[in-house]
Design a protein around this ligand. Structure first.
Ligand SMILES: Cc1cc2nc3c(=O)[nH]c(=O)nc-3n(C[C@H](O)[C@H](O)[C@H](O)COP(=O)(O)OP(=O)(O)OC[C@H]3O[C@@H](n4cnc5c(N)ncnc54)[C@H](O)[C@@H]3O)c2cc1C
Length: 492
């Protein structure tokens, strides 16, 4: 099987479409000819081969951050024989899982071990969707590495592959063990708190404000939530700029309602349905993002006193509800704060306002009917919110700025035209969803280095990826460039 997808365009006549490789007895040309106009030719997938360093590497490269970008950069460097050192501020996935569960149950947050930070990065407590809009020969290779590390084989052929948090927790640990077996070193609870630059080139990293690690080549894959690290890098003179991003809320519906809308009354054993909606308003776009079929809205805070939402699913996607972010695009001209980190300060302000609603990590929530009617909600309707440690019913207009609430109010009824029931009065809005992408870009040149030599900004936080797969691809391509650079240096 090469590919499996669901075609629900003519619901309830839903088809599961399989693309398969076959061997034929007899004359292949004749068989193809007999297919007439129904014949389609499929090019075989281009095969990617991870590079091997052609010269011995004496100075070990460093990777900061062990999310998808850092993890795949480290894997490529390890496979090439470069024995990378990985520095990750969070904890290993098992310890992190306990901390995250504790936070969901008690509201006690560990600022370095949470849904954003720790082994596997922001992608670990996720739905583990692996789609990407880009076409890159490395995609098949990345999927194979996930399967080698314990993901189900169906990600190799499903049109919309996903892994699920329960499986990802093992997958990321197995990827780490593979890097270690190849001579790499992974250090948890190791936050980079400073950089040293000599003659325009990186010379050392400061770890946990105490240790100095001399190094020449560093892949910086810190994700979009490392706000203290963004500030530190800006102060150290690393060039960066502010960029547009999106903010909004999570919306929750019964999964059965989404299935009915997408599949009609079809009784095939189909996977829980997903959706992707977009609405272009006069000066901005409202769209759904990171849809989690049968999933849960999660508390994705990484800073004390700030509330932020996101979504995750388990491998079987068997939760009662479906959820997705409903996001509004915002541009640097909208930011109420000046400077490169203006977007980041705005995110912080909204997360702080959300915390203030309850004085704890319960997220502000409102029913769609009440939101559109501009009245506070006092409790749930037919949909029970899945967010832990619980929600506080309120009016989201008190939390989110007008630029977002106005766009959501205009777009929700319009989105309902494409997915019946989307703006149902009982659907639940929980927020704020502030961290869908990075509010900054750390600049890099053609050689993937900053103007600070040896500094390779990479992944989502640096503004070059959005999602697990694209972050992994950026990590791989950055590591390839670094290997080439080291070969040039050591080969001379
Ligand atoms: C709950 C949730 C669900 C998601 N679901 C999906 C999904 O289904 N599909 C999808 O494609 N995307 C999803 N995403 C987005 C996806 O996780 C990110 O796009 C992806 O993880 C970005 O990868 P990255 O490696 O660039 O950064 P990250 O994954 O954010 O990793 C960065 C790492 O760097 C570490 N770090 C930060 N600063 C420092 C420092 N100073 N020193 C040392 N270490 C540091 C952090 O602890 C972190 O582990 C989800 C995100 C969240 C939060």
């Amino acid at each position: 099987m090469v590919r499996r997808s669901v075609d629900a365009r003519k619901k309830p006549d839903v088809r599961i479409i399989y693309t398969v490789d076959v061997s034929v007895d007899g004359n292949e040309k004749k068989i193809l000819k007999s297919c007439g106009s129904k014949r389609t030719t499929i090019a075989p997938n281009a095969y990617y081969k991870a590079p091997k360093a052609k010269v011995p590497v004496t100075e070990r490269p460093v990777v900061v951050g062990f999310g998808p970008a850092g993890m795949f950069a480290a894997l490529i460097l390890a496979l090439a024989g470069c024995k990378p050192v990985v520095l990750e501020r969070g904890e290993d996935a098992d310890t992190r899982n306990k901390k995250v569960k504790h936070f969901f149950e008690t509201g006690e947050l560990d600022e370095n071990s949470n849904v954003q930070f720790g082994e596997g990065g922001a992608g670990t407590f996720s739905d583990g969707k692996l789609n990407t809009g880009v076409n890159n020969p490395r995609i098949g290779w990345v999927l194979e590495q996930f399967v080698k590390a314990g993901a189900r084989e169906d990600i190799l052929y499903d049109a919309k592959p996903h892994i699920g948090t329960d499986v990802l927790l093992d997958v990321v640990q197995n990827l780490r063990k593979r890097i270690q077996a190849l001579g790499g070193e992974v250090r948890f609870r190791s936050q980079v708190t400073g950089i040293q630059v000599e003659n325009g080139h990186l010379s050392a990293l400061e770890i946990n404000s105490t240790e100095i690690l001399p190094c020449r080549d560093v892949v910086f894959a810190i994700g979009h939530s490392a706000r203290d690290t963004f500030s530190m890098l800006l102060d150290a003179g690393v060039p960066m700029e502010s960029k547009p991003f999106s903010m909004g809320v999570r919306i929750e519906h019964p999964q059965s309602m989404i299935d009915k809308s997408q599949y009609g009354s079809c009784d095939l054993p189909l996977p829980p349905a997903d959706y992707k909606l977009v609405c272009h308003l006069d000066n901005r776009t409202v769209y759904t993002f990171c849809m989690c079929p049968g999933g849960y809205v999660v508390a994705a805070a990484s800073e004390d006193g700030r509330v932020v939402t996101n979504g995750m699913s388990l491998a079987d996607r068997n939760g009662e509800n479906a959820n997705a972010a409903v996001l509004v695009t915002v541009n640097p001209e909208d930011f109420p704060y000046e400077g490169v980190l203006g977007g980041m300060h705005w995110q912080r302000e909204l997360e702080q306002r959300a915390y203030a609603v309850s004085g704890c990590y319960k997220a502000p929530a409102q029913l769609v009917g009440d939101f559109l009617g501009c009245r506070p909600s006092t409790g749930p309707g037919s949909v029970q919110p899945s967010y832990k440690p619980g929600v506080t019913w309120c009016d989201l207009h008190d939390v989110l700025p007008e630029v977002i609430t106005d766009a959501l109010a205009e777009a929700l009824p319009k989105l309902d035209r494409n997915l019946a029931g989307f703006s149902d009065a009982d659907a639940v809005l929980t927020g704020p969803e502030t961290r869908s992408s990075s509010p900054v870009r750390i600049l890099r040149g053609e050689n993937r280095q900053s103007t600070v030599g040896g500094f390779y900004p990479c992944g989502e936080g640096a503004g070059y990826a959005g999602g697990i797969m694209s972050a992994a691809l950026d990590g791989i391509q950055t590591a390839e460039m670094l290997i080439q650079e080291m070969e040039n240096r050591y080969g001379q």
